[in-house]
Write a protein that binds this ligand. Sequence first.
Ligand code: NAP
Length: 254
Amino acid sequence: MKVLILGGTTEAGALARALAEREIPARYSYAGRVAAPKLQPLPTRVGGFGGAAGLAAFLTAEHITHLVDATHPFAEQMSRHAVAAAEQTGTRLLALTRPPWTPQHGDDWQRVDGIEAAVDALSGPPQRVLLAIGRLHLAAFAARPRHHYLLRLVDRPEAPPPLPRHTLTVDRGPFTREGDLALLREHGVERLVCKNAGGTGAAAKLEAARLLHLPVVMIDRPALPARREAHGVDDVLDWLRHDTAPHEGVERGV
Ligand code: NAP
């Protein structure tokens, strides 16, 4: 048995620790988006594979038997490639996912189905907006230049974001409710825009928005092809135990 974790999330890190503790042979893969990714207790590779075909070639060359897609729910392309490459090579595939957030009592959410729809949702008068969507799609919001955007990014971008009015804060989760309350108050935020990532690491801003009665533009997750899913590390370990050919072994991955 040999596992490949497609990572970049808190859950992927937790799985990496669990596999390392059990001495299950595994590798961890980062896209290479952040300057100093967290060290993992597994041999780690960084960078794209070169599409679904490149991933399929990697799976074959590295004799990967089990592929765990533990990428972020908005990493749509990687997840599609994982499905295609697993199918092509006969590699077992499991997605380690987290349930989406659902609105709680007191929440004021406007749900939209993508970045463009989120931009459309900001058609009103100028506001101070926490734009918590990562760095890749910031340019789309240049179409709404009248707002002041508060951006929270993992790394300081090489080029300034193309938004005429913005404040940049560089920080990495997990975030706390108190910290996010302070951030929203300090910057006079009136509205939030975020992706429905789910999980705990980035949920604090929603709690803070609820307490401050702030509206949230919530971007729904992209639809993905059907695949087997697990919601926790223990479920992945069960899957490895049960979805394994007898000669592969799981305890020590012989
Ligand atoms: P994406 O749009 O689905 O992927 C674009 C390309 O990046 C993929 O086709 C692949 O390149 C490469 N890639 C993505 N994840 C990879 C991985 N774990 N290992 C190796 N290559 C990977 O992905 P994304 O939204 O840019 O996300 C990139 C990474 O950041 C992921 O690991 C994800 O878990 C993490 N992340 C994303 C978000 C988000 O909001 N999207 C938030 C937090 C963390 P090739 O086609 O060349 O193989």
